[in-house]
Write a protein that binds this ligand. Structure first.
Ligand SMILES: CC(=O)[C@@H](O)[C@H](O)COP(=O)(O)O
Ligand SMILES: NCC(=O)COP(=O)(O)O
Length: 255
């Protein structure tokens, strides 16, 4: 019996397949196929498939989302900017989950969390539109009390705390401080009655401290899994990440 089979499901892994599409788009081929990546990821233990349909379609394309949605046996977590185009697309596709994220065309990757307080009316309207379409909405925000409170006020049942500053911290002291911000954000989110997820920049040696935070329900991880898959294969990279997360949550040594 494998470690995953022997240990209870205590934290969920959303596998973000964006950068499978990055590799495909690099040559304009049909491979690697994001549909195949999604199905193999589910087979390997992914609890959800996350896709970020960016306004510039730099990786995931509309057709990827449309092809994957009906094939999943877990759930689709579609990451989307708060724009009429993306919200209408999401309501047409009807993924189980939509995570509203900030987006700037010139950014290399998602740099910060959604400023819910600053854009409250638009975010609240987006939450309502998606919820009315039967979609569970999460807001991708920084671990900040004001943003967490605003997310709850906007009617989102879920938040995803941006772990990028933790992941990018230049020294141990800074990383420890960012970890404390995340811990405090998790507690604040739970106090507001929210489901709390986390993600961005997590990899095989920094995920443990985040996964060990008991109130975190789900981690969304993509770039590091795709990178590791180059060396160990896609499904093993996913199994290994999930095993590390569960071991960290249970306080067990990973065999
Ligand atoms: C919102 C988030 O953290 C992920 O979707 C991340 O943006 C990965 O996609 P990119 O590498 O395109 O930023
Ligand atoms: N929301 C975070 C996500 O989906 C994956 O981010 P990353 O692991 O690719 O940095």
């Amino acid at each position: 019996m494998s470690f995953l089979q022997a240990n209870p499901q205590v934290i969920e892994l959303g596998v973000n397949i964006d950068h499978v599409a990055t590799l495909r788009n690099a040559r304009g081929t049909t491979y690697p196929d994001p549909v195949q990546a999604a199905l193999l990821a589910e087979e390997a233990g992914a609890d959800a498939i996350t896709l970020h349909l960016r306004e510039d379609r730099r990786h995931i394309r509309d057709a990827d989302v449309e092809a994957i949605r009906p094939r999943l046996t877990t759930r689709m977590n579609l990451e989307s900017a708060v724009t009429p185009e993306m919200l209408d697309f999401a309501c047409r596709i009807r993924p189980q989950d939509v995570c509203l994220v900030p987006e700037r065309r010139e950014e290399v990757t998602t740099e910060g969390g959604l400023d819910v307080r600053r854009y409250f009316p638009a975010v609240q309207a987006a939450v309502r539109q998606l919820r009315d379409a039967g979609i569970q909405v999460s807001l991708f925000i920084d671990p900040d009390d004001e943003q967490i409170a605003a997310a709850a006020e906007a009617g989102a049942p879920v938040i995803e705390l941006h772990t990028g500053r933790y992941a990018d911290a230049e020294d141990a002291a800074r990383q420890a401080a960012e970890l404390e911000r995340i811990r405090a954000g998790v507690i604040a989110g739970v106090r507001h009655g929210l489901k709390v997820n986390a993600g961005h920049g997590l990899h095989y040696t920094n995920v443990q401290a985040i996964a060990a935070i008991p109130e975190i329900a789900e981690l969304n991880i993509g770039h590091a899994i795709v990178a590791q898959a180059v060396f160990s294969g896609w499904q093993k990279a996913i199994r290994d990440m999930k095993g590390i997360m569960i071991a960290a949550r249970l306080g067990k040594a990973r065999p």
